[in-house]
Ligand binder design. Structure first.
Ligand SMILES: [Zn+2]
Length: 389
């Protein structure tokens, strides 16, 4: 839908749902961020080809290519790159762009069976049409650049931020605009370039950390995660304490090497987001803490933990993977666990699941694994439970 200068429509009418006439986004005093992704449609290959369906417009095409391959692009913060930029053929995969009069990604978010179809407004005065351009008094060039950043966000699989379930009631613009995601990355981001209730011309720090979380990438640095500014989403670090991580994630220490960073880096992780560290990852020289594996013997595990066989499925890894699990040094005694005083994972003896803490269950006769007497029963992590917590 074409809109007029006065309508103040936010950039990128994904499905052309216009906000109420004259709607002016309020200043929102939120300091938290991130993205709303359709994780099932993220691209599996980090190199995403881009081609042009339409001929001509060399200058405008140059602006878009420069923007999306430059320091302001998504590609500067994650393992994604936009390559090619020549003319499309009938068999071209990746992002296929047409010059037109709209700013839209059609056919849905992210990888749509190998392609993503985009239209960019290369008409005479797009800066008078799209709200972010109007609100920021952008030139024609800067308008095309800024909206391209937003549209490429859709092609990467990111939905409009204001469609999230945790969008504050103060944000009322474009609540039904565009496709929905399936994954809320971090907290709601008032400044996201994907948010209609912002008039941003550049990626927010939340966008940067969000695309990193979705696609992986370079080390964000020591301690960029913080409660007061940017609680990090899953798969982003470095965090120092639990409150540095967004809701639903935990700061897991010394696992940066699993993300290609320093092994001393601490990473915010949601349940199931820890990559499998590898077979025999834990060694006596570098023993693992609770929740890490694979270990082969107790010597591979840090003090207070033992190597528990075949519990990798707890993390979505091979069921044959062995993990270091917290335990108690000495046998607490027969029936030491009770419903009134349930035991944590690695402790016993229990008689029923009710005698084990939430997220654990009572496993029969595995006491000797923990150095406890024969036939003793021990509380162990239950499938789906993150033993990081
Ligand atoms: Zn959009």
């Amino acid at each position: 839908m074409r809109v007029t200068f006065s309508m103040l429509v936010l950039l990128a009418a994904c499905d052309a749902e216009a906000p109420p006439d004259g709607e002016v986004p309020e200043a929102i005093d939120y300091d938290q961020f991130m993205l709303y992704g359709l994780a099932s449609n993220y691209w599996s290959d980090s190199e995403i080809p881009v081609c042009w369906e339409t001929s001509g417009d060399a200058t405008e095409k140059g602006w878009v290519e420069d923007e999306l391959t430059g320091p302001r692009s998504w590609s500067n913060f994650a393992d994604v790159s936009f390559t090619g930029w020549g003319d499309c053929t009938s068999s071209s995969v990746g992002i296929r762009i047409s010059a037109g009069t709209s700013m839209v990604v059609t056919g849905g978010l992210g990888d749509q069976g190998g392609t993503s179809t985009m239209e960019l407004d290369f008409s005479a005065t797009p800066q008078n049409t799209w709200t972010t351009c109007v609100a920021n008094s952008l030139s024609r060039e800067d308008c095309i650049r800024a909206v391209s950043l937003h549209e490429f966000g859709h092609s990467l699989g990111f939905a409009h931020e204001q469609r999230r379930n945790d969008t504050p009631t103060s944000c009322t613009t474009g609540l039904n605009s565009g496709s929905q995601g399936d994954t809320e990355i971090g907290d709601w981001d008032a400044d996201s370039v994907m948010n209609y209730c912002a008039v941003s011309t550049e990626l927010s720090l939340g966008d940067e950390l969000g695309v990193l979380s979705a696609y992986g990438g370079p080390f964000p640095g020591w301690s960029p995660c913080s409660d007061s500014t940017y609680p990090c989403p899953s798969k982003v670090g470095d965090c120092d304490v639990e409150s540095d991580c967004a809701d639903g994630t935990t700061c897991v220490h010394d696992v940066g090497d699993l993300f290609g960073w320093s092994s001393a880096a601490d990473v915010c992780l949601a349940d199931g987001d820890m990559p499998f560290p590898g077979w025999a990852y834990c060694t006596p020289a570098s023993p693992c803490t609770t929740g890490l594996g694979d270990c082969d013997s107790d010597a591979d595990c840090a003090a207070g933990t033992i190597c528990l066989n075949d519990v990798g499925a707890e993390h979505g890894w091979s069921s044959l993977a062995d993990l270091c699990v917290q335990t108690v040094a000495t046998f607490p005694g027969w029936s030491a666990c009770s419903a009134a005083s349930p035991c944590p994972a690695g402790s016993g003896d229990c008689d029923s699941d009710a005698e084990c803490e939430a997220g654990t269950r009572c496993a029969d006769d595995i006491g000797p694994t923990f150095g406890f007497p024969d036939l003793s029963d021990v509380c162990v992590p239950d499938p789906g439970y993150s033993i990081f917590k």
